[in-house]
Write a protein that binds this ligand. Structure first.
Ligand code: TYD
Length: 225
């Protein structure tokens, strides 16, 4: 929130104007097949059961425009230049934050989101080997610096994650189809991001049972609410 103007400090706000309420923004990050969607759903169920207004969303694809971008980045046949890919994710993010995330936070709601800018730093930065700082700056420009209150990183060895995806028997998208080496770089990048921002990140070993992970996430979110 902006600082109050000292010139106007003596003028009382009209009584009918409610105090701005801040919502809570939680993102789930990690490689493909680590169980983000399961954990996001369990958290949503828990919060809804406790009477919170929850917005469940994702990137790419949390808006109508985002659905179109998602189709390009995940299903386009043939190469997309790495910088074009980074810009597409950033464009999706700009629209999503402006039209879904900020309005929900202003209404005081809880946002539970699959993936955010850390995915761009990990996948387009470490995975596609673009400059990580530039990739992050691009997203920060796109979103006017919006960062979540909490980012849950589900960490799992890419070989174990791949086995889970294989068991799902769904066709791989463009990113999932990348080699293990790509996914190892992505994993290392996520861990480095978490180490650099320990207050925002909570790192969980995603090989643990889903209910244990959910309990840990609830405890942290409960503290923040
Ligand atoms: P994901 O949302 O995990 O979809 P699903 O659970 O349906 O497979 O997949 C989106 C893919 O997009 C995933 O492989 C990671 C990738 N991605 C990026 O490369 N950069 C980004 O900024 C984001 C948000 C996702």
């Amino acid at each position: 929130m902006a600082a109050p103007d000292p010139e106007r400090a003596s003028v009382p706000e009209p009584a009918s104007v409610p105090e701005p309420v801040e919502g809570l923004w939680v993102t789930f990050e990690g490689g493909d097949g680590v169980g983000k969607t399961t954990q996001a759903s369990l958290l949503e169920e828990w919060l809804t059961g406790r009477g919170h207004a929850v917005v469940r969303t994702r990137e790419p694809g949390g808006t109508e425009v985002g659905t179109l971008v998602r189709d390009i980045v995940l299903h386009h046949r043939g190469d997309i230049a790495p910088r074009a890919e980074a810009l597409l994710y950033a464009a999706d993010r700009a629209h999503h934050v402006a039209t879904v995330v900020r309005p929900a936070l202003e209404r005081g709601e809880v946002i539970i989101q699959d993936r955010y800018l850390d995915s761009s730093v990990a996948y387009q930065g470490a995975g596609r080997v673009l400059d990580a700082t530039q990739v992050r700056e691009l997203s920060l420009w796109a979103t006017e610096g919006a960062l979540p209150d909490l980012t849950v990183l589900l960490d799992l060895d890419p070989v174990a994650a791949r086995a889970r995806l294989d068991a799902d028997e769904k066709p791989f998208d463009r990113l999932e189809a990348e080699k293990t080496e790509f996914h190892s770089r992505v994993r290392d990048a996520f861990l480095a991001l978490a180490a650099a921002e320990p207050n925002r990140f909570m790192v969980l070993d995603a090989s643990r049972p889903a209910d244990e992970l959910a309990t840990a996430v609830r405890a942290r979110v409960g503290d923040l609410l």
